[in-house]
Design a protein around this ligand. Structure first.
Ligand code: TMP
Length: 204
């Protein structure tokens, strides 16, 4: 059964929109479905979000910033998957489809600039299970920047140099990925992308 679905892509690629559309579609079919993002809504996730928004005292210009973030995201991920109240596996046990915008793929894509960091992030995440399906929305960086330019709350990673590296990392990850993967052109319309998702292998 395809119950744990992850949607990945650079900022502005439509991960949030598509997760909501998929949730509504599943609810419309009488299924239980929930969007459960990373960073999570839990205490570590909220802390991580405040760092991304520059509110905490971790200097994002510090050389070790991405490494620090990788540790924090891994801690949040553990809580997101396994907490007994509303963790991913608890929800699946209760019969939900769980749609996560972002998972460990984001740590590889966003928190790695060097081979050494890649190695660290792989190690930090090696015990986390593969999702049943990962949907990757591929978008050129110029279009991403155009889409996010009017966002009132800018986050740390939303700039051209970073997103160029992030997209390069995503392409590397998914070129070698052995699990269940659906790659979609993020330049398609919202409806086209949604239809491609729900028609994929007739899993939904
Ligand atoms: P989002 O709410 O737009 O998805 O933003 C989450 C941000 O956090 C996005 O810039 C990607 C970043 N991120 C990481 O750097 N590492 C991670 O492991 C995850 C899950 C997200």
């Amino acid at each position: 059964m395809t119950k744990f679905i992850v949607i990945e892509g650079i900022d502005g690629s439509g991960t949030t929109t598509q997760s909501e559309l998929l949730k509504e579609y599943l609810l419309g079919k009488g299924e239980k479905a929930i969007v459960s993002p990373e960073p999570s809504e839990g205490i570590i996730g909220k802390f991580v979000r405040s760092i991304l928004q520059n509110k905490e005292l971790i200097n994002h210009k510090n050389q070790n910033f991405d490494e620090q973030m990788a540790y924090l995201f891994a801690a949040d991920r553990y809580d997101h998957l396994y907490n007994e109240k509303n963790g991913v596996f608890k929800l699946i046990k209760d019969g939900y489809y769980v749609i996560s915008t972002r998972y460990y793929f984001s740590s590889l894509a966003y928190n790695c600039n060097t081979a050494k960091e890649w190695q660290l992030v792989e190690t930090l995440n090696e015990k986390f299970p593969q999702p049943d399906l990962v949907i990757y929305l591929d978008l050129p960086v110029e279009i991403s920047l155009e889409r996010i330019k009017d966002r009132s709350l800018k986050e740390v990673y939303e700039n051209q140099a970073k997103l160029t590296k992030v997209r390069e990392n995503y392409l590397k990850i998914f070129a070698n990925y052995q699990g269940n993967l659906l790659k979609i052109e993020g330049t398609k319309t919202e409806t086209e992308i949604h239809n491609q998702i729900i028609e994929y292998d007739h899993i939904f």
